[in-house]
Design a protein around this ligand. Structure first.
Ligand code: FES
Length: 120
């Protein structure tokens, strides 16, 4: 199973174990609350794990309750779309990007290297 960032040298920030890789099968998403970073979204896109902020930048919906379409998450409330790899808002009504955190699978666990603040 691959991950966004495979080289430990590329990983920076506070390492946090989020869940077992098996907890998030391909094509699924999981909301994980991390006190230091707020709710995070773990998404498995064909074996590649992405970790972003879980809160929509438009009106604070939980993206884990939305749809995963390829590498795009669709907000369940007003259907804004975000690219999980870059965090970019792909359409209105969202205009601000999601925070994206480097992620990897280590010993069967999805870990994220949290950077930045709770904003996202
Ligand atoms: S709350 Fe997500 S698009 Fe409005």
């Amino acid at each position: 199973m691959s991950a966004d960032v495979t080289s430990a040298a590329e990983l920076k920030g506070c390492r946090v174990v989020l869940c077992a890789a098996d907890d998030v099968p391909a094509g699924r998403m999981l909301r994980v609350v991390v006190p230091e970073a707020g709710p995070l979204l773990v998404a498995n896109v064909d074996g590649t794990f992405h970790v972003t902020a879980d809160t929509c930048t438009h009106a604070e919906a939980s993206l884990s309750e939305g749809d995963l379409e390829g590498r795009t998450v669709v907000c369940p409330v007003h259907w804004a779309e975000f690219d999980l790899a870059t965090g970019a808002a792909l359409c209105f009504p969202a205009t601000r990007a999601l925070a994206v955190h480097p992620a990897a699978v280590e010993d069967g666990q999805v870990v994220a290297y949290i950077r930045g603040s709770r904003e996202g």
